[in-house]
Every structure is written in C-alpha cells, then in structure tokens.
Design a binder for this molecule. Structure first.
Ligand code: 8GT
Length: 139
C-alpha cells in the first residue's frame, strides 16, 4: 500500500493487535526514543508492501514481543491525522498461542480489564478503537 497520499503527505497503514487473555487486554507503552514517546498503543506495525494485514500482525508480534498469535475478529479501521503524518489502523482481536512475552521495542506493558483501558495515555489514533472495543464488551 502506498505510504504517501496525493498531497505528498506521509500516510502509514498499520495493523494492530488487541490481545485478550482471561478477560484482560494487553497494552504496550512506546519507548522514549520512538515517535509518540511513552504513549500506550496496541502492538503491531506498518504493513509491508505485498503483505496481508494478518501476516503483518503475526510477524510484528514475533519481532516486538517474541510470541505467536492467532488473529481473530477485525474491528473498524480508523484513520487519524497527526501533525506530521496520517495513519490508518487496522485492529484485530487476537490471542497468544505460544511463547512468553519479552519486550524487544516497548518500554512497558500491562494487562487491563477493557473498562480501565482509558486510564492510560494512548496514542490519539487509538481512541476510536478502544471505544468500539469497550462497546462490544458491554453489549
Ligand atoms: N503499532 C501501533 N502503532 C500505532 C498505534 N497507534 C498509532 O498511532 N500508531 C502509529 O503507527 C505507526 C506504527 O509504525 P511502527 O510501529 O511500524 O513504526 P515506529 O514508529 O516504531 O517506527 P518508525 O516510524 O520510525 O519506522 C507509528 O507511527 C505509531 O505512532 C498502535 O496502536 N499500534
């Protein structure tokens, strides 16, 4: 997928994993040296050329956390305009099928019940995803 739009503005397409375990959800904190430093996000990353979204997620979770995941239900993709780039996030509900999490890129992680997720300071693009996920859990 192209990573600039018609205006020459950077637009990244990112698959992200809402990983569930025993009623809790995994949140990961970006490191101080990443862009959006210290914001919380879902693990995942940019979809490479020719790569499927689910394939991307499985690759990213091995690279970032050393775990194999099963990719489940998609949530609604959402596009957000940051000052210096645009991002479209493609969220999927996932579970870990093997491995123990080791953080290779993030500075922290936490498992929270869905209703407490907004206590963290999230990357702005994630808010619609969290709200949709919370609505699904309540309904
Ligand atoms: N993985 C992930 N990225 C997110 C989320 N929300 C969000 O705005 N992003 C943005 O989407 C992009 C994901 O790209 P990435 O993880 O592959 O890249 P990066 O920032 O670590 O490194 P890079 O941009 O220097 O290559 C980042 O710019 C990140 O700020 C999220 O929930 N998960």
């Amino acid at each position: 997928m192209k990573d600039t739009n018609q205006n020459g503005r950077k637009h990244v397409h990112v698959a992200c994993a809402i990983i569930e375990r025993e009623g809790l959800v995994l949140s990961a904190r970006r490191s101080a040296s990443m862009n959006l430093p210290l914001r919380w996000e879902f693990p995942g990353g940019k979809i490479e050329p020719g790569e499927g979204r689910e394939e991307c997620l499985k690759r990213e979770l091995v690279e970032e956390m050393g775990v194999e995941i099963a990719v489940g239900c998609p949530l609604t993709p959402t596009t957000h305009r940051y000052p210096s780039f645009d991002v479209t996030l493609y969220p999927y509900v996932c579970s870990i099928v093997s491995g123990e999490i080791t953080l290779h890129e993030h500075s922290a992680m936490t498992w929270l019940p869905p209703e407490r997720m907004l206590e963290l300071e999230w990357a702005d693009a994630d808010l619609p995803i969290i709200l949709e996920y919370q609505r699904r859990k309540q309904g």
